[in-house]
Write a protein that binds this ligand. Structure first.
Ligand code: AAT
Length: 291
């Protein structure tokens, strides 16, 4: 639109577009899956764009990566095996690496270019890969999950892009079925679940699929991320049949754990109060989600 500005124009949020002032384009490439751009913005630090959609900025990534990770992991005692789908930038890995109880962290990201670009331009996120508990799988998360033995993981975090492009199937029922199978009884999943301002129809579908698939509990939480469309983004939090999980009341306080990994710096956004508050929904959303 204006020279020197990036505008996030997309049919998923028609009639509106958030813009960031571009200081310098640092990387432009085309992978097998998507267009990848990194630029230096004037007020949000470096920005990662995939197919014209903002994936993260250095300034507000904490609000997303900390919430998508700590809401599920603080809701169960002593998570040991964790799987991340997507999240190639490494930010969610960085957050999972805080837990001393965790023994194994698998990640399945489809696009090697995202991983390489993050290692070059986003060291504060790619630091997640330095944890020796991490095993990287480059491939499609849907295919990966089909080969996971039943009951393997305590928690699965789906840090996925929007449902147009390579992430489409990550929003569909067969995918949720493989997630449920891969979790142990009473295991938890947290998936990127779009905006209550823009995508109530998508959220309604996800909720109805999850209610059929996950026999424990099914909940929606949200957070504010200024550079995501409409400034908010939500998460689906579900558990499988087994020991009950009360997502709204965290069982573990990561801030008070002396054994947690301090090398990645202090938490910037997440705390126990915001964890519980994230499940409070505006009435218009509650009518659809809790009905
Ligand atoms: N943590 C930053 C936020 C993201 S990144 C989403 C990642 O999911 C991308 O790296 C993308 O390559 C990866 N991905 C997409 N489809 C698949 C798939 N099928 N299997 C594995 N990984 C995949 C999310 C930003 C949300 C944006 C909201 N508008």
């Amino acid at each position: 639109i204006m020279p020197g500005w990036f505008s996030e124009i997309n049919p998923m949020w028609p009639g509106e577009a958030h813009s960031l002032k571009v200081e310098k384009v640092l990387f432009q490439g085309k992978s097998d899956f998507q267009n990848v751009v990194v630029f230096q913005s004037s007020t949000y630090g470096k920005v990662l764009i995939l197919d014209g959609v903002i994936q993260l900025t250095e300034r507000d990534e904490c609000a997303y990566q900390e919430m998508i990770t700590h809401i599920p992991l603080c809701s169960i005692p002593n998570p040991k095996k964790v799987l991340v789908i997507g999240g190639g930038d490494g930010g969610v890995l960085r957050e999972v690496s805080r837990y001393s109880s965790v023994e194994q962290i698998d990640i399945c990201e489809i696009d090697k270019m995202v991983i390489d670009v993050s290692k070059e331009f986003f060291p504060n996120m790619a630091v997640g890969y330095d944890d020796p508990r991490v095993t990287l799988h480059v491939g499609d998360g849907v295919a990966f999950l089909k080969n996971v033995p039943e009951g393997t993981y305590d928690a699965i975090i789906v840090d996925s892009s929007d449902p147009i492009g390579p992430a489409k199937e990550l929003f569909e029922k067969p995918f949720f079925e493989s997630v449920a199978k891969a979790l142990r009884p009473g295991g938890v999943v947290c998936t990127q679940a779009e905006s209550i301002w823009l995508h109530m129809h998508i959220i309604e579908d996800i909720v109805s699929n999850c209610r059929q698939v996950f026999k424990g509990s099914v909940n929606y939480a949200w957070t504010t991320v200024p550079t995501y469309p409409s400034g908010v983004i939500g998460f689906m939090l579900c558990s499988t049949e087994g020991p009950p999980v009360d997502f709204q009341h965290p069982t573990y306080n990561i801030d008070e754990d002396e054994n947690s990994n301090k090398s990645v710096g202090p938490l910037k956004f997440y705390n126990s109060e915001i964890h519980s508050a994230a499940f409070c929904l505006p009435s218009f959303a509650r009518r659809v989600i809790d009905s």
